[in-house]
Design a protein around this ligand. Structure first.
Ligand code: TMP
Length: 423
């Protein structure tokens, strides 16, 4: 189900040494273990009764002292994680606003807007973003996503989608049939990929001299600053710093050109990458981010201590509530909810259900527990005294939407950035 990964996927630190013709010997370098949640179920492995779960795997973070990349110690087989993927890009207003901002930034970076452009999106999910970019004037769009179920939805919305992982081989076959795309976009997919050398080689094959590559990834500095430990799960193989990205690209014909910071998903960055031979000089932001980044193994180790404090705080609130006869539910069956529920050891006794708007998750159970997912319907929330907001990245929107719950005396427990009760 999984394999161990002991060398840095960005800079190769701790890779076995292999003098020509001799079998590779283990390296004397070692990545540093900095965070662990023991053994955990796969965060999006929501199953119906009677269906088999994929299983458990270690959830441990290793730190590279050379390039500051943090990565999981194991890689779960992608076909297990993604074949039938329950994560669907949220149709929330916050996400739609973010897509608008992203479209604006891409247009700005292109210089002449996105009208008449050809766009390839890697990890295109249900095709929502490509659909929007087409409405903004993109001439031709192509999605690439290994999840068969999501590729099917995208095609139903007229977004041509290849249900395959992005690799160098796929890039080669695409480049034989199509002209170079104007934009290659990949939102929250790069840190799900194990073999960065192959992925980047694919980008090199596909990108022309004027192609703009835009990778949106969670920013590790936000995770560290706000102890977002619930964003650490098996799909997120890497926790990316700008330093690690620069190190990875240093051996390629691509270069980091511009970095833009976003608030979405608890803090993300858009990495604009261009070919080294492109005419544009790099933007000041790259140097500024590099100067500001001060990540060490010790920075990471404080996440462990702070996470234990947050877990204890949530357990205490929920135990106090249930012991006094109060009813608790969860709001948003995000992957983060699986991390929290398993880290706290909750079952249906403490959290009766989680409500969620995603059809694909309904009437399934939170991995590792018997907590069911029910529709996001006022009636379900209304019967609870407390709702734990596991989708805390949509706090404002959910509070607005569920005013009748809070007006009726219901309270949200928001676990981020610190565990607190609202109102
Ligand atoms: P995400 O943080 O990984 O995007 O997951 C958020 C989850 O919360 C997702 O399953 C959709 C769900 N959700 C709701 O149920 N209602 C809402 O209003 C919002 C914004 C999200």
């Amino acid at each position: 189900m999984y394999k161990f990964r002991t060398s840095c996927r960005a800079c190769g630190y701790a890779a076995p040494t292999a003098p020509s013709g001799i079998k590779a010997a283990p390296s004397s370098e070692k990545l540093i273990p900095v965070f662990s949640l023991g053994v955990q179920p796969l965060a999006n492995d929501f199953r119906q009764d009677g269906e088999e779960y994929s299983g458990y795997a270690p959830l441990e973070v290793l730190f590279c002292p050379r390039c500051t990349l943090a990565q999981l110690s194991v890689v779960v087989r992608p076909d297990i994680l993604y074949r039938n993927y329950a994560y669907v890009t949220s149709p929330s207003q916050m996400m739609l606003d973010h897509f608008q901002k992203l479209a604006y930034d891409l247009a700005d970076e292109m210089g002449h807007g996105i009208k008449d452009t050809q766009i390839v999106e890697i990890g295109s999910n249900d095709g929502r973003l490509l659909n929007m970019l087409r409405a903004e004037g993109a001439r031709e769009v192509l999605g690439i996503d290994p999840a068969q179920n999501l590729a099917k939805i995208a095609r139903e919305h007229d977004v041509p989608t290849l249900a395959e992982p992005f690799t160098r081989d796929l890039a080669r076959s695409l480049s034989e049939h199509k002209p170079e795309p104007d934009i290659i976009l990949a939102r929250h997919v790069f840190c799900h990929v194990d073999d960065w050398q192959d992925f980047v080689a694919g980008l090199e094959v596909l990108a022309g001299k004027d192609t703009l590559i835009a990778l949106e990834v969670p920013y590790v500095v936000d995770l560290l600053d706000r102890c977002e430990f619930d964003t650490i799960y098996h799909e997120h193989l890497s926790y990316l710093s700008i330093r690690a990205m620069v190190s990875l690209l240093s051996k390629t014909n691509l270069v980091l050109h511009h970095v833009i910071r976003y608030a979405i998903h608890g803090g993300a960055i858009l990495l604009i990458i261009r070919r080294r031979d492109a005419a544009e000089p790099p933007h000041d932001s790259v140097g500024q981010f590099l100067d500001a980044e001060k990540i060490t193994a010790e920075t990471w180790q404080t996440v462990g201590a702070n996470a234990s404090g947050k877990i204890t705080a949530l357990k205490r609130i929920v135990m106090d509530a249930t012991q006094t006869g109060k009813r608790v539910c969860g709001y948003g069956a995000s992957a983060k909810s699986t991390v929290w529920i398993n880290a706290c050891g909750f079952s249906k006794k403490q959290i009766e259900f989680i409500c969620d708007s995603t059809v694909q998750k309904l009437y399934r159970k939170t991995p590792g527990t018997d907590v069911p997912i029910l529709p996001e319907d006022q009636a379900f929330v209304q019967c609870s005294d407390y709702a734990i907001m596991f989708a805390w990245n949509y706090e404002r929107e959910i509070l607005d939407k569920q005013k009748s719950f809070t007006n009726g005396g219901g309270k949200f427990i928001i676990p981020h950035p610190n565990v607190r009760i609202v109102p």
